[in-house]
Design a protein around this ligand. Structure first.
Ligand code: CTP
Length: 133
């Protein structure tokens, strides 16, 4: 049973590892699409802090992850699911309902997000730490 999921996984945090471990527990293999730097810039109007190469390196080093690939377009989910012969798409529930059309190609499951942590919030917290100078 091959699971596929997608995300930016920038400034890697505990919410990321939680969803990847829970996704893996639903099957036997976990494939992860890492959003490219360009895709993030077009989607969020800024480049990630960590490069796509480093984000792929970090996620691929996790014992629950079997394979990583670069996600270059949000429109290609169906193609990635078919190319990698995934049986189930897992997404955080911030995407609830958004990928229901993928049910034509595989099972789709939304998992609850880990509360009180996000990359955006970490960046904001770090940005506002006063310097000692
Ligand atoms: N995720 C989660 N719990 C969190 C944060 C993220 O389960 N607290 C999940 C998302 O639902 C997604 C995956 O981790 O399935 C990758 O999310 P990503 O957008 O890369 O992380 P965020 O921390 O949400 O990033 P941002 O603040 O930039 O949106």
């Amino acid at each position: 049973m091959r699971i596929i999921t997608f995300g930016t996984f920038d400034v890697f945090h505990v919410g990321h590892v939680n969803i990847l471990e829970r996704a893996k527990s639903l099957g036997t293999e976990l494939y992860v699409g890492i959003s490219s730097d360009e895709l993030n810039n077009s989607k969020k109007g800024r480049y990630p802090i960590y490069s796509q190469e480093d984000r792929m390196h970090i996620v691929s080093a996790l014992s629950c992850v079997d394979f990583v690939f670069l996600e270059e377009s949000l429109e290609l989910k169906k193609d990635y699911i078919q190319q990698y012969q995934a049986n189930m798409l897992v997404m955080g529930d911030d995407w609830q309902g958004k990928f229901d059309d993928m049910k034509l190609y595989c099972e789709v499951k939304y998992l609850p997000r880990t509360p009180s942590v996000s990359t955006t919030e970490i960046i904001e917290v770090v940005r506002h730490i006063p310097s000692n100078e």
